[in-house]
Ligand binder design. Structure first.
Ligand code: GLP
Length: 261
């Protein structure tokens, strides 16, 4: 796990954007795993800017979003279909037939999850997985207690996550209880993970994920077993880390052959 702490979310998002751009330039037909929520918004804005200003080319990229609410039509303003379309897909040259998001309106959820898994395999697996972190340590919508080997399936949200996400809904009661989410197994199978977490509200979940024991009670901690995971933090979300000075020294003093940005 490489822990990168920068003063602001903006600066950390810039590093994330450069890493995603490098992935696409090195492998133009990359498969990206994408996240939603407030955390990656700046990253998407920066990628849009790179597309417009530098011609960053998404035409051969495939994407798989982590999750979607069950029962929300893709036109619902809080559905991840709508959010991804407005914030990202409509602003870059990504092929819609290669942009995948779980279907929250699927009649047969189990069959849909199986076909989502097949599509990920057919796309060659995920090269780079973008992740946010729930205040309870969840990844995607894998709430505490999720199987560490899980794949795409239905999950039930905790009240904490429903209340965290109320801000995206005009009426908090509307937040669905059920979701489809890629599993922790999917995340572990991706070739590289970029976990982003910003703000003081994430400090405990970050400390538990990065420096706590690996446990299903904190899904983010599973990344300690990932061979290539980078954790991008701002000063607030990193504020409870015991080895924060060390991580910062390491990042500032990378040998030249190891600097890739
Ligand atoms: C949401 C999403 C996650 C996201 C996390 C953090 O519920 N399903 O993929 O990473 O919770 O959300 P936010 O970035 O808004 O804090």
């Amino acid at each position: 796990m490489e822990v990168i702490i920068l003063p602001t979310a903006e600066e950390a998002s810039e590093v994330a954007a450069r890493l995603v751009a490098r992935q696409i330039r090195e492998k133009p037909d990359s498969t990206l795993g994408l996240a939603t929520g407030g955390t990656p918004c700046k990253l998407y804005q920066l990628l849009v800017r790179m597309h417009q200003a530098e011609g960053l080319d998404f035409s051969r990229v495939s994407t798989f979003n982590l999750d979607e609410y069950i029962g929300l039509d893709p036109s619902h303003p809080a559905s991840y279909h709508r959010v991804m379309e407005v914030d990202f897909f409509s602003q870059v040259n990504i092929a819609r037939e290669r942009s995948h998001i779980p279907d929250g309106m699927a009649k047969d959820v189990r069959a849909h999850c199986a076909s989502y898994e097949r599509a990920i395999k057919d796309a060659g697996g995920i090269d780079l997985q973008v992740l946010g972190l729930g205040s309870d340590g969840h990844l995607g919508f894998n709430e505490p207690g999720s199987s560490l080997a899980s794949h795409t399936r239905i999950k039930t949200l905790t009240e904490r996550t429903r209340s965290d996400n109320e801000r995206f809904f005009t009426d908090g009661h509307e937040v669905p209880h059920h979701v489809i989410t890629m599993g922790l197994g999917n995340i572990m199978e991706s070739r590289m993970c970029l976990l982003l977490a910003f703000g003081i509200g994430k400090a405990q979940a970050v400390a538990a994920s990065v420096e706590g024991p690996v446990t299903a009670s904190v899904p983010g901690s599973l990344l300690q077993f990932h061979p290539r995971a980078k954790v991008l933090l701002d000063a607030e979300s990193a504020s409870l880390l015991i080895r924060s000075d060390y991580y910062q020294w390491v990042y500032k003093n990378k040998p030249i052959w190891q600097t890739h940005l």
